[in-house]
Design a protein around this ligand. Structure first.
Ligand SMILES: *[C@@H]1O[C@H](CO)[C@@H](O)[C@H](O)[C@H]1NC(C)=O
Ligand SMILES: *[C@@H]1O[C@H](CO)[C@@H](O)[C@H](O)[C@H]1NC(C)=O
Ligand SMILES: *[C@@H]1O[C@H](CO)[C@@H](O)[C@H](O)[C@H]1NC(C)=O
Ligand SMILES: *[C@@H]1O[C@H](CO)[C@@H](O)[C@H](O)[C@H]1NC(C)=O
Ligand SMILES: *[C@@H]1O[C@H](CO)[C@@H](O)[C@H](O)[C@H]1NC(C)=O
Ligand SMILES: *[C@@H]1O[C@H](CO)[C@@H](O)[C@H](O)[C@H]1NC(C)=O
Ligand SMILES: *[C@@H]1O[C@H](CO)[C@@H](O)[C@H](O)[C@H]1NC(C)=O
Ligand SMILES: CC(=O)N[C@H]1CO[C@H](CO)[C@@H](O)[C@@H]1O
Length: 888
């Protein structure tokens, strides 16, 4: 779903992506003007334990580039853990907006930390004030503002650090850029935007001001905890640099030491700040089908039957806004999607171990004096965002003129929970299994200056509003005007917002809109999607207490992964977007701690093709969140529409499902400590510069290398294999990587090249299934793929798959050394399944003897294939205790 404009209701879509990217917005400031500012001087520097404080006084009159410079700042530096330094610079004399703790709780500092034992150090120069962060052991400087003065004005803050030439920078999303960001003149703008198509290099839905920088000497991270609109500029002019330009808030940096050997350390350290991802139910890794444009309940039911007819596993059916009565949330269209028939569909799905998910947008149709209960109840509770004069702030979204829920209102949780309880009631509503939330930037279709929103609703043919609405009966009068010295609509520094006119309020809520707690949209805009995510997560939890909610959102802020998953938004059915999906996904899964992520398979906008859809089905099977979805004006693209796509989907889902416990285990680890679910190659080969920019291959978990064919109608692909041992996933034969590219040819559109990275014991289900419920009844096999040192290790985590606090779990550790696999662990969760066999890869000769638990295995239980070097050993033991398999 997306916020496009339909011109004259004719279904003409404006494809922004097809136009050249023009930088028509954004402040153009000569860097020399900024660098000539005189900055601040540090005085009154005090250190106490792990804390340093200082006053920063403006040198002279400042430079007043975008307003008067703040005269006196307060600096606080805290060594919070051995690997984290928190640097905070605020206005010493006045409170400024900071991201509320309710949205992003701050990590606490560990006790007994001292700068002497920390992995990184804060260093500063008193005048003009600058600071740097360096590695304690090597003195290597990681961040330094030395060449660029600090600028701190009411609506403009600037910090600029020097970087190594052509630095390897990852993160700073959400954007459509290569995973390794180009440092040459790149602006990353953070301002939630309802973006249709794939506007390369523009601001998109979410905001993650975190970057990881990788060097062969180590990987570190920098998180700027600031939610205001900002441009982050990477440049190679006068040496590579990174510059923050933000229009509000404070400078609140977390420096993460990362590690000199393991890049994934920095991911875990970032998780310590923003939280680890929510655990998701096992079923949510099943295959999802969705589209915009299912016209009625019959079509929805047909899709379910059609998938069953061709034996493609369909776990979850979805419906877009089509189901709503005049596109009003919490309603069904009585003629097209009548409640009794919808309930019949949901019942059918549930009795077949399948699930159902519906879209919910935040905007509520503005219908004073009508019988639309969600509007009336919200009005009684007075929970809408407010215009500066105190009346409800209006937006223009799918149902026409709307109001927006204020996620800061103290009654909002009660309101949202109640609406979910009523409409999604298991007894007389739609008993959904998860929620899909969209348009939560929040989006508005009103074109600025938006002087007559009702007229625009008519012009844009959005469901017909009344021409002259009565005023809201509760509109307060004689309300004192908010007095703000800030220009909330058009601040002096213009961030590079790509929305229509480029003004902050373009295509979204007005930035002078007020929240219950007095905060203004100018400051909290970028938090809206995340706050709706939390409210929706909690509303689902209230419906089904104790069970892990599934919420898939479009807009996110740092920390959203603690509550929800995310789809990459409204992409197009283009090869370019198929390729971009990997970089987009790596950002969320490997950096931003939102690993339940995927892009619309086969593409959302435009029409897909058979070849693209087949390839995308195979790539999509390695997205953590696997969903096919498309636009109402596009041709249908369910996998069963073409024979080759049917076969591609079956093949890929077969592999995905057999690997599902492996990825579920990886996800569990991510939930515990933030270990990435997906890995760019450089996370595992940090000393190999050839891996730093690879974003067309990635590791699913730690050990399954995915290398899709990336070009239209091609059957070959050049892949990079680092210096290591790999095993072809299909044949299981060993392949030596030599640190060079390898050409793979004759890859049918129903296949995807996969390799197991040596050093792992993979747990696989022996066979796939039509539902994940059935899958959980199938036995396991362990595939032992030794690394270059001849050893391998693995893990397997199983619980009931749905409970937030599972009563029991099975946690298996596998270890292979010198011909011997030991399987140990605790087996608290009764899986009811067996380990049917163990497959040892890269075994160079027939073993003389094979033993399970010290007893020789009968000849019939052992097979050895000389060509593939695979040794299969039957085990047949219940997965309820440890065992060993040994061969000589
Ligand atoms: C710390 O900063 C001072 C300048 O104030 C500089 O002389 C010194 O080299 C810096 N130390 C490190 C390790 O970067
Ligand atoms: C940087 O990019 C902008 C927008 O594409 C362009 O206008 C500008 O000339 C570029 N600057 C340099 C130094 O290349
Ligand atoms: C409040 O301001 C809005 C525009 O933001 C305007 O449409 C509305 O009529 C005003 N209401 C009152 C009561 O002045
Ligand atoms: C407006 O402000 C004045 C002075 O601060 C105060 O006395 C009055 O109660 C306020 N009115 C409202 C409606 O809040
Ligand atoms: C898709 O193709 C159909 C014809 O098969 C055409 O009518 C439709 O406009 C196309 N849709 C898009 C979004 O390009
Ligand atoms: C390509 O693969 C197919 C099987 O998928 C096989 O029949 C055919 O011989 C192969 N062609 C070449 C040139 O290797
Ligand atoms: C490996 O196993 C062989 C044969 O069982 C034995 O001779 C050798 O000592 C073992 N090596 C190690 C390092 O355990
Ligand atoms: C608006 C947009 O471009 N959305 C997404 C389209 O798809 C690519 C890849 O799937 C994403 O990176 C974009 O964010």
């Amino acid at each position: 779903m997306f916020g496009r404009r339909i011109l004259g209701g004719l279904g003409i879509v404006v494809y922004a992506s097809l136009l050249p990217v023009l930088s028509i917005h954004g402040a153009v400031v000569d860097p020399k003007v900024l660098d000539a500012c005189s900055g601040y001087s540090a005085t009154n520097v005090k250190t106490a334990g792990a804390t340093l404080t200082a006053d920063l006084a403006l040198n002279g009159d400042g430079c007043a580039v975008f307003g008067p410079d703040v005269k006196k700042l307060a600096l606080q530096v805290v060594y919070e853990t051995k690997t984290r330094i928190h640097v905070k610079i605020t206005d010493a004399s006045a409170a400024r907006f900071e991201v509320p703790e309710s949205v992003l709780p701050r990590p606490s500092a560990e006790r007994g930390i001292s700068s002497r034992t920390a992995a990184i150090q804060f260093n500063y120069t008193a005048s003009p004030f600058s600071f740097s962060i360096y590695r304690t052991a090597t003195k290597e400087v990681l961040f330094s503002t030395a060449s660029h003065p600090l600028i701190f004005e009411p609506q403009y803050l600037r910090v600029k650090t020097s970087l190594p030439t052509n630095a390897n920078i990852y993160g700073l999303g959400e954007h459509t850029h290569p995973f390794r960001l180009p440092t040459d003149n790149t602006t990353l703008t953070l301002w939630s935007r309802d973006a249709f198509g794939i506007p390369v290099g523009t601001n998109l839905y979410g905001n993650h001001p975190i970057y990881f920088e990788h060097r062969t000497t180590g990987t570190h991270g920098v998180f700027l905890l600031n939610a205001n609109g900002m441009d982050i500029k990477l440049s190679n002019v006068g040496g590579t640099s990174l510059e923050y330009n933000t229009i509000g808030g404070i400078l609140d940096f977390y420096f993460l030491a990362g590690s000199t050997t393991d890049p994934t350390e920095v991911a875990r350290q970032y998780a310590e700040v923003v939280g680890t991802p929510a655990e998701v139910p096992y079923w949510s890794f099943g295959f999802h089908q969705c589209r915009f444009g299912y016209n009625n309940f019959v079509e929805v039911a047909d899709v379910v039957s059609n998938y069953a007819a061709v034996d493609i596993p369909l776990e979850t059916m979805w419906t877009d806004i089509d189901y709503m009565d005049r596109r009003r949330i919490f309603t069904v269209d009585p003629d097209y999607f009548p409640m009794n028939r919808m309930r019949e569909i949901v019942d059918y799905l549930h009795t077949h171990d399948q699930r159902y998910i519906l879209m919910t947008d935040p905007a509520v149709a503005y219908l004073p004096g009508d019988t639309y209960a969600p509007y009336n109840r919200g009005t009684v509770d007075d929970i809408w965002m407010k215009a500066p004069n105190g009346s409800s702030a209006l937006g223009l979204v799918w149902p026409g003129v709307t109001v927006y829920p204020d996620w800061f209102h103290p009654k909002i949780a009660q309101y949202w929970d109640n609406e979910f309880k009523i409409f999604y009631s298991p007894t007389d509503g739609i008993d959904i299994d998860g929620a899909w939330i969209d348009m939560n930037e929040p989006a508005s279709f009103c074109d600025l200056p938006c002087t007559d929103i009702f007229e625009q609703a008519i012009k844009q043919a959005l469901p017909p509003p009344r021409p002259h609405p009565p005023p809201d009966p509760n509109t307060p009068i004689f309300v004192n005007k908010t007095i703000s010295k800030r220009d909330l609509l058009n601040p002096p520094y213009t961030i590079n917002n790509a929305a229509a006119t480029g003004q902050l309020s373009s295509k979204t809520a007005f930035t002078d809109t007020k929240h219950f707690n007095g905060m203004v949209e100018y400051d909290v805009h970028n938090l809206y999607g995340t706050m709706m995510s939390v409210a929706t997560h909690d509303a689902l939890l209230a419906r089904r207490p104790g069970l892990r909610p599934v919420v898939i959102t479009r807009s996110t802020y740092a920390g959203a992964g603690k509550h929800v998953g995310k789809w990459l938004g409204d992409n197009m059915s283009l090869w370019e977007h198929y390729r971009f999906s990997i970089a987009g996904m790596l950002g969320f899964a490997s950096v931003y701690q939102i690993p339940m992520v995927g892009s619309d398979i086969c593409g959302f906008g435009g029409n897909t093709t058979e070849n693209l859809c087949a390839r995308w089905a195979t790539l999509g099977a390695f997205y953590p969140f696997m969903r096919n979805h498309n636009i109402d004006t596009g041709n249908p693209q369910e996998f069963y529409r073409w024979e080759s796509v049917t076969e591609a989907a079956k093949n890929a889902i077969d592999i995905r499902y057999r690997l599902l416990d492996y990825i579920y285990t990886t996800f569990h680890q991510a939930h515990i400590d933030g270990t990435p679910v997906l890995n760019p190659l450089w996370y595992k080969y940090p000393k190999d510069p050839a891996t730093f920019s690879i974003d067309l291959q990635f590791l699913y978990g730690d050990s399954v290398l995915v290398s899709p064919v990336t070009e239209q109608d091609s059957t070959s692909v050049s892949i990079y294999l680092p210096r290591d041992i790999f095993y072809d996933f299909k044949t299981l034969t060993p392949i030596r990587g030599t640190g060079s590219t390898v050409q793979l040819t004759n890859i049918s559109s129903t296949e995807i090249p996969l390799h197991i990275r040596g050093g792992v014991v993979l747990p696989l289900r022996v066979q796939s299934a039509m539902t994940t419920t059935e899958l959980r009844t199938h036995d396991f096999e362990f595939v032992v793929a030794p690394g270059t040192d001849g050893t391998a290790e693995g893990k397997l985590y199983i619980d009931d798959g749905v409970s937030i606090v599972p009563g029991s779990s099975t946690e298996v550790a596998t270890k292979f050394r010198n011909g011997s696999l030991t399987v140990t662990g605790k087996f608290g969760f009764k899986t009811g399944v067996k380990t049917s066999r163990v497959r040892f890869l890269g075994v160079s000769k027939v073993p003389r003897v094979v033993m399970v638990n010290g007893r020789p295995v009968a000849k019939t239980g052992v097979t050895y294939d000389k060509t593939t070097q695979v040794l299969d050993v039957s085990v047949g033991l219940a997965l309820a205790e440890g065992f060993t398999v040994h061969f000589v």
